[in-house]
Design a protein around this ligand. Structure first.
Ligand code: ATP
Ligand code: MG
Length: 483
């Protein structure tokens, strides 16, 4: 308590002295004005202006209270020195009283305006300081460039993420931050910004000083001067390594879930040839005359089992490099694997394949994608229905690229219009106990990785319900490492 009392006392004392100093400053300003008036032959006829300047000075640099005090003292000085009879207080005429009142009003008004300007300036200065601190301590790399693409500012996170110190970075071309194969991307961004456009956040890769790369979420915008002219660019780059790792884990678990769901179908498919092999071996042992035939047949059955095992492995294991694949053949494999389930549900399958379709990519991923769509269609038709699959050569609607269009259409329950936007989000599912809600999210990722597009049309009410998924995969596409 006594500590608080002492603090309060010292605060009051400090403020009292600082207030006194402020009022003394105001009096000093008046004194300087009077001195200039007295000793300067040029300023001798301008006492009014000098005193007004003293008020403005006080308001601008000392405070509003001292400025009002300065106005009052200045009015008194005008009365004393500039209103006849001189060197006397006391107003003689109504006009003089009017003049002094107008001076007082003008000086108080001007003082308050000057004060407001000072306050606005210090507020702007504080905001600038705060913004600078936010930028400096942000976890995202924030940097700016001039119109020539040379870096002009560089925050701490940029130093950590890119490995260049501010001294090294300032003056460096922004192109050095992108890997060599992404130089075209930097040029395109600069071109868009110079045209007055805006580059929305996108996933890309950036390169450290030592040449290692990191996945980044980058957004770039134009910097303009007061006249609206573009004077440079500012960029924010976020390190999304952790995000990518967790996405990768989710993708892997979905892949395993798809493989798990397939296990039942595969076990059934393998059971038939195994039974046949056992029978054929028995026959070969007991009928030596036809043994060679039986063994050849058994060999064929073993081949079937091996193919099934290969297909199953295709879901979980992908060759290191992408290769040419035939979507129609992969569609057939998937339909074969699910044939028992399709028959059991009395689902009529219509296939329409047109043109010889080959695309470049990972066949295991295409299998996963088609299996996801097929299982979704199966789930939507618990009491039977019809499934139409189409694979045909075609062109992308938006840019005319050549490729393959794959369509999977069912006449199942359909998806309500208000849910359509959510179906590609991770964990969105209407199958509470059986679904993870990752199937379509992963499927869209696979399509994007292969440079394609996926669309859905669906109707959940009315006489005919159903869903159509349509995928376009371009024939040639450089598969990026950042999905
Ligand atoms: N052909 C379809 N007919 C009706 N609804 C569908 C169809 N395809 C997808 N959906 C809806 O979209 C949701 C999301 O599908 P998604 O494949 O991402 O997850 P899921 O099937 O629920 O679970 P899983 O991760 O096991 O695939 C489904 O729960 C379902 O409501
Ligand atoms: Mg699914």
């Amino acid at each position: 308590m006594s500590g608080n009392g002492a603090n309060l006392k010292s605060w009051v004392a400090r403020n009292r002295y600082s207030s006194l100093a402020h009022y003394a400053g105001a009096a000093l300003a008046v004194w300087v004005a009077l001195s200039l008036w007295t000793f300067s032959p040029v300023l001798h006829r301008h006492l009014f202006v000098l005193l007004l300047a003293a008020v403005l000075f006080t308001a601008r640099f000392i405070g509003f209270g001292p400025a009002v005090f300065c106005s009052l003292v200045s009015t008194a000085c005008l009365d004393f020195f500039a209103v006849p009879p001189y060197l006397h207080f006391g107003i003689r005429t109504g006009a003089d009283a009017e003049r002094l009142t107008v001076f007082l009003a003008i000086s108080v008004f001007a003082g308050s305006m000057a004060r407001q300007k000072t306050l606005a300036e210090s507020r702007a200065e504080r905001t600038t300081r705060e913004m600078a601190a936010i930028v400096e301590y942000s976890a995202d790399a924030i940097y700016s460039t001039g119109p020539d693409g040379l870096i002009t500012s560089w925050n701490r996170a940029a130093e950590q993420l890119y490995g260049y110190t501010p001294e090294e970075a300032v003056g460096l071309s922004v192109a050095r931050l992108a890997p060599p194969e992404r130089q075209a991307e930097v040029d395109r961004n600069l071109e868009i910004l110079n045209r007055g456009g805006h580059v929305a956040s996108y996933r890309t890769e950036r390169m450290r000083k030592d040449g290692t790369r990191w996945p980044a979420l980058l957004s770039v915008s134009a910097l303009r001067n007061a006249r609206g002219e573009i004077v440079g660019t500012s960029a924010i780059a976020r390190d999304i390594s952790a995000e990518k790792q967790s996405e990768e884990a989710m993708r892997r678990s979905e892949k395993l879930a798809t493989a798990g769901r397939l296990a039942a179908s595969i076990a059934h498919e393998i059971n038939n040839p195994l039974e046949a092999i056992v029978n054929l071996l028995y026959l070969a042992r007991h009928d030596s005359f036809h043994a060679a035939d039986y063994l050849t047949q058994a060999e064929q059955e073993v081949g079937r089992v091996a193919r099934l095992a290969q297909q199953a492995l295709g879901f979980v294991r992908d060759a290191g490099a992408p290769g040419s694949m035939d979507p129609a053949a992969i569609m057939d494999e998937i339909l074969q694997l699910y044939s028992r389930k399709l028959d059991g549900r009395r689902i009529r399958v219509t296939r329409r394949y047109r043109g010889s379709c080959q695309v470049n990519g990972y066949s295991g991923e295409l299998r996963q994608l088609l299996a996801n769509l097929l299982v979704n269609a199966l789930d939507a038709m618990p009491d039977g229905g019809s499934l139409q699959v189409r694979v045909a050569t075609g062109r992308d609607w938006s840019d005319g690229r050549e490729g393959v269009r794959i369509t999977v259409a069912d006449n199942g329950s359909g998806i309500p219009r208000n849910h359509l936007r959510q179906i590609f989000e991770p964990f969105y599912t209407t199958k509470k106990d059986t679904g993870t809600g990752l199937g379509l999210w992963v499927s869209r990722g696979i399509v994007q990785k292969h440079g394609g597009s996926i669309r859905v049309r669906s109707r959940a009410s009315g006489r005919s319900t159903g869903t159509v998924f349509s995928i376009f995969l371009p024939q040639q596409h450089e598969i990026s490492r950042v999905a």
